[in-house]
Design a protein around this ligand. Sequence first.
Ligand code: GLN
Length: 547
Amino acid sequence: MNPVTFQTTMSSTKYIFVTGGVTSSLGKGIISASLATLLQARGYKVTIQKLDPYINVDPGTLNPYEHGECFVTNDGAETDLDLGHYERFLNVPTSQDNNVTTGRIYQTVINKEREGAYLGKTVQVIPHITDEIKRRIKLLGQTGKFDIVITEIGGTVGDIESQPYIEAVRQLKWELGHGNLIDIHLTLVPYLAAAGELKTKPTQHSVKSLLEFGIQPDILVCRSERHIPKDMRRKIALFCNVTINAVVESLDAESIYDVPLLMLKEELDKVALAKLNLPQKKEPDLKQWIDFVHKLKNPAHEVRIGLVGKYIELKDAYKSIAESFIHAGVANECKVKLEWIHSESITPGNVEEKLGKLKGILVAPGFGDRGIEGKITAIKYARENNIPFLGICLGMQCAVIEFGRNVLGYKDAHSSEMNPKSKHKVIDMMQEQKKITAKGGTMRLGAYPCKIKKGTKAFAVYGKENISERHRHRYEFNNAFLKEYEKKGMIASGINPENNLVEMVELKNHPWFIGVQYHPEYKSTVAKPHPLFVKFVKAALEKKNAK
Ligand code: GLN
């Protein structure tokens, strides 16, 4: 196909690719989200896509210790945690199309091959896999909803796994033509203490590898712990064939929320727009963002809240929860000092010592048996000591189990996930779920409606009756026990209006005790902190001030 005819069939969407070099963990996701924030603040409609080079079809089946939390979109995609950053920065929901893995690409191609769609051809990485990658990249542009699609390519240039993606970018560059697609390459400019110098060689090598794959990067974002002086930028520009204004430094930042402002100073948005032949439109409107960062750095109050979970060795496992606390803290002009407490370490003997100083306790989502008794012990302590409590998903289920055991007297109360033999399966599997045997993508996933009862704590939080929140679980509150629970003071304050499932529970005789079957943390953004976290932090502050 010749590039000219191809171009006429394309929409006017422009594409920015973000590739990484030298090492992983340089923050491609944050750079992508920061650039998108700046472009959005200039009036462009932008979305961000992540291409992940692993063979899992989606990260839903991955242990959180592998890549951190699994983020869930409104339309029920289980995705990489970077999509959480995209939504938190842009305040625009992502979808199934925003995260693609090698597994998904191969699955599609192999299914097509089995259907006979390739008409007897030999199916190969080039062109079949790269065609499928390009199709997925263009899907977002074809919705007509976006002026610019930023696609982040997972992994580092040179990895065997990411080669088909890099090749797809090369082909697209040729097909779309100059000015319609750019590559931003993120590299590292390390400071060698012994030499007392910043070093550009790793960046030169990284660009060389990209060139070997046929891609000349348009912009280099150089991660560094020190300022990169002008003459060094000139040197990088010369060796890497880019304009000097396209050598952008990305200094280590105190907070990820500083990065859009750092990139603004470096004019990353201006350079990118110029290379895409797009007008600057207007100066970015970042008033709300700047105000957020100012409040983040100058809190008037401070409060200690405990996050009880079993994956706390890896903070990324609870990324969205931690970020939601940052948003909610800013909304309360308060620094939330999160204490990460391993659920396996909590016992009835040490709970006072572990949790006694906290003004709020959150029990985290999770799967399986490990650490469950510690969570239940923490909840009992929060309930009996009037400590504000928020239970999310498994955290809510544990609150139901705790109440069943210690208030209703069901000694063996449990979830059928942990104890299928219990006589009091107060958390149980829905009938439809019982038939399912495959693990991937089969939970209750994505956005579901919930109706809140007036006069409840839940209603005070949301200030409205009808809400929609995102789910990711298999087990549910067992409605056979609901009457008994409500009689003793644990009420269902939010119900799914379509199937009567309990989505929210709360205690009548407690200042602030709420459990939610859904995941509010997936919907908290800088522009719109989630009300449950905002009110939870407020309740914790009130608890602190009451003393
Ligand atoms: N393991 C529980 C379930 O599947 C809770 C899941 C979660 O916390 N996300 O229902």
